[in-house]
Design a protein around this ligand. Structure first.
Ligand code: ARG
Length: 463
């Protein structure tokens, strides 16, 4: 028991269970042990531990880390870390075990430290590590997008707005649109990591450490960029988790939108792409079915991540200053968001890597109506103001529609009856490739612009 003597009674059994966080926060063991090793070194430097005591603590903590790495159980000594009913959280569990292993020096480790600055330190280390892992997973997905954009360079597809065919685009251009969303996600993670990289250790329970602990040393030892400026703020600042969860939510939303597109495009009604069998599932009843369950789960799991962000924000709202036990509720949403993304990202990368493209179906879905804008632009190039051109082409579209023919089936006389700016060369407008090629602005869908975009994307990936 951590606080023993002041109390007349043991904690109510139900409250003990209510209070317990070990069953989820044991996952912080590596961060907790790193933090404690650095703290023991700082104590030794401040003259509060002898070198021998410090080394005993280090040795014990390293052994505990090995035990955790082999697994956690509440029975069967010898298999890994054996949790005890009194292990309230990861911090008390590690200290309890350390005492079993090395005796008295274990009881000096917590000198000047509180679980308040300890848990804040651990959680920041955990978030910084999680961001590093997620960054490489996101960049692997980005590489798959670029690889497919290169492999299918030159293929045309209908670009949609409102799920209505709008203008022809390059399939590569479509794929790369997600590359840039993911690029912003990576920037957001990098930014969130900067603000996570602030050391709270040394803040004590709330008022600061009285033992001349070298916080700069601790920051360097643990890989933090800076030390916190205010101990009251340090023990209760969970902004870094909120920022992480926002970045995670937005990333998950991008993945969800991609999943939604791919579900649609792989439906037989579109038939633009085929998902690999390894990423689809059958129906227990209908033998013909091939369902995009994996992508549906990518979409579906987005809700959890968004609610994790909400849960944390609601926990933080209205908390009185400094540490309150409510803050223990920060961890499960965080862990869940990390777990969800670490499962989701490789699934999406696999779907992208293995998807097959049906070039003919994409081509066949292009219709001349999608060139109506090009027709208006033809008139603009011949001096007709755009608003007027838009209006005139609208009349032509209507005419073709009433007669049930394609725009290009209208005769030159019919074109000229609408505007004498039309001449024989108007028929050259009915060319999907030319339409795509014309959108040659930086960031546009022309093959030249998309080639440039691929080169830029590769530069981003190489960084
Ligand atoms: N398990 C606790 C948490 O996650 C550790 C900090 C406990 N601090 C305290 N004053 N009770 O927040």
């Amino acid at each position: 028991m951590l606080w023993g003597s002041r109390f007349d009674k043991a904690l109510d059994e139900l409250v003990a269970r209510f209070n317990n966080s070990f069953y989820f926060d044991w996952r912080l063991y590596d961060a907790d042990i790193r933090g404690s090793i650095a703290y023991a070194q700082a104590l030794a430097r401040a003259g509060l531990l002898t070198d021998a005591e410090m080394r005993a603590i280090e040795r014990g903590l390293n052994q505990i880390r090995d035990e955790f790495a082999r697994g956690v159980s509440s029975t069967e000594p010898g298999t890994g870390f054996v949790a005890q009913p009194d292990d309230e959280d990861i911090h008390t569990a590690v200290e309890r075990r350390l005492f079993e292993l090395i005796g008295d020096p274990a009881h000096k480790l917590h000198t000047g430290r509180s679980r308040n600055d300890q848990v804040a330190t651990d959680t920041r280390l955990y978030v910084m590590d999680a961001i590093d892992r997620l960054q490489s997973q996101v960049s692997r997905l980005q590489s798959q997008l670029v690889a497919q954009a290169e492999r299918h360079f030159g293929i045309l597809m209908p670009g949609y707005t409102h799920v209505r065919r709008a203008q022809p685009i390059l399939f590569s251009h479509y794929l790369l649109s997600f590359f840039w969303m993911l690029h912003r996600d990576r920037e957001r993670f990098a930014d969130a990591k900067k603000r996570a990289s602030v050391l709270p250790l040394g803040a004590g329970a709330l008022a600061g450490n009285p033992f001349h602990i070298d916080r700069e040393f601790l920051a360097r030892a643990l890989g933090f960029e800076r030390v916190s400026e205010n101990s009251l703020d340090a023990v209760s600042d969970r902004d870094f988790i909120a920022e992480f969860l926002f970045a995670a939510s937005l990333l998950q939303i991008h993945l969800s939108r991609l999943a939604e597109d791919l579900i649609l495009y792989s439906a037989p009604e579109f038939g633009f792409i085929a998902l690999d069998d390894a990423y689809t599932t059958g129906s227990s009843l209908m033998p013909q079915k091939k369902n995009p369950d994996a992508l549906e789960l990518v979409r579906g799991k987005t809700g959890r991540t968004i609610s994790n962000l909400q849960a944390l924000l609601i926990t933080l709202k209205g908390l009185p200053s400094t540490y309150n036990k409510d803050l223990q509720e920060d961890k499960e949403p965080l862990f869940d968001a990390v777990d969800t993304l670490e499962m989701t990202l490789p699934v999406v990368a696999g779907v992208i890597q293995t998807l097959r493209v049906n070039v003919d179906a994409m081509r066949a879905a292009l219709d001349e109506g999608m060139l109506a804008t090009d027709l208006a632009e033809y008139l603009v190039r011949r001096g007709v103001p755009f608003r007027r051109a838009h209006h005139l082409v609208g009349a032509l579209v209507k005419q073709a529609e009433t007669r049930g023919v394609k725009l290009s089936a209208l005769s030159l006389d019919e074109f000229r009856a609408v505007s004498d700016a039309f001449s024989e060369d108007v028929y050259a407008v009915f060319d999907f490739d030319a339409s795509v090629k014309a959108r040659d602005v930086f960031g546009g869908t022309s093959p030249r612009a998309v080639r440039e975009q691929i080169a830029d994307a590769k530069k981003v990936l190489a960084k």
